[in-house]
Design a binder for this molecule. Sequence first.
Ligand SMILES: [Zn+2]
Length: 597
Amino acid sequence: MTKPFLKFLLLFTFSFMTVKTFAQNAANIHFEVSFTEPQAHYADVKMEITNLKKDEIIVKMPVWAPGSYLVREFSKNIESFDVSAKDNSSISFEKVKKNAWKINTKGKNSITVSYRVYAFEISVRTSFVDASHAFLSPTGIFMFVDGGIADASMVTIIPYKTWSKVSTGLAPIAGGKAFTYYAKNFDWLFDSPIEVGNQDVFEFNAAGVRHEVAMVGGGNYDKEKLKVDMAKLVEKESAIFGENPNKHYVFIVHNYQSGSGGLEHQNSTVLGAKRMGYDDPKTYKSFMGLVAHEYFHLWNVKRLRPIALGPFDYDIENYTTNLWIAEGFTAYYDNLIVSRAGLDNPEGLLGMIEADINAIYNSQGNKVQPLSEASFDAWIKYYRPNENSGNTTVSYYNKGSLIAVMLDLAIIHHSKGAQSLDDAMRFAYNEYYKKKGRGYTDAEMKAVFEKYSGENLDQFYNDYINGTKQLDMNKYMNYAGLELVDQTRTLDQPYLGVVIESGNKIKNVSRGSSAWNDGLNVNDEILAINGERVNDVLESVSEAKVNEKLNFMISRDGIIQNIEVTIKAAPNKSWKIRQMDRPNQQQKAVLEKWLSL
Ligand SMILES: [Zn+2]
């Protein structure tokens, strides 16, 4: 929000009905969210629309939540949709699409749309209500007037009687009704999750920004330690971009038995954490990585963004080939920042990179799906995995992160340690978000990487972004005096190529494996091998010799069959990053710059 606007609003009115500060021709919208039956997981929403200029409007609910690339059909949770007028005259409406209602406003100046939202999906991008708290993921709670994304709105939250707090990045309207907030437009509203309940709230200041942390669900966290460590991450990330665009930022942390994941917003984030995991160093480090990841997004993807990702179309999929930058680079930086902040050591960082290298080098999906396509098809593949996904998809997180490693090292090498990927990211942020006020195109980001690495990246893009050639990590690792060593101990490990779930059922079959070639299928129940009843399938196979033929007795859809499988050797290799024996001065300098040694 803009400060002058708020002052104006406060001076002239405390009541929505007389607000004159909204755009002249736009409808004025005031939401009220209450909870009459939180134990049954309902939020009750009233949407008062005034200053209506048309005889007919369409109200809609988004089908997806930006940052999570899946059509989630939030309107599936709507019930008791109704429309009323102040004078109680009837207002006719008709549902015209899965997520849209056409309302005949009959020249009325004001109507109220009301509906209930069933909210029982606990995740960072869906809503959840129970007797203890409510988490409102805004794209699944608030409707918008078709064509009115630019409209401002107000939101009043009426907490359930036993709740006392609201945490959100939305700006409160001081002096107005309690828990009333302002959203400058619907993009902003949809980007502002709201936590309502009795959360434990604490604050810290870093990079000139007031940070609020709302801890939901309890846990064994140490507030003082979190304040110090989270501030370090904030400072290190703000330094990369040269500024922190917020004045106020909110972390909503959902602590669950085994919580994880996060979703980014412009001035807030929602994180899932393991309630009793804060005193475990490994879990704590990964939580710090999550904090660093989502916070980095306030620049990378929320502001410096692919051109397709904002302004958003809330009705359909929004396609981009650049999630490897939006997510992969963020995944790279989260580990890097945790290391820069002193919350991990450089060996830990290299270990993470090594894990990504092993995952990608051994990935079957990496051989068939280019990175740009993994991004484009996130909606139908990454977010909708099936039993064959490992064979057909590559993660734009892991592989995008390795692309960031390659480009970072290329830039440090080229600039002789003067610059790094930080400089390219800061340049792009200034150029596209601040100066041009829009997202970047694929070609523009490529040009940025070329400018900073001093390399023509045509072949790089052909091979690694738009093609499926194996990444040459060694070339870039060598810039830093590091090398990738194949540490595979033996090449004669018998390998079936399946993942087994309970009941000896096959869950996945790996492309090109013995099971794949000879026709073992997902869902086959393995009963016996070579006539002997089998308890542990993989253990039995491990006792075979490479090229030995094993007879599998299986049950497929209830019919017993025998399938002969020739056991091949395990194809996966084990790669290790290690320092070269005699790195030269330049290599040492690149390593020092890269790892901030
Ligand atoms: Zn992310």
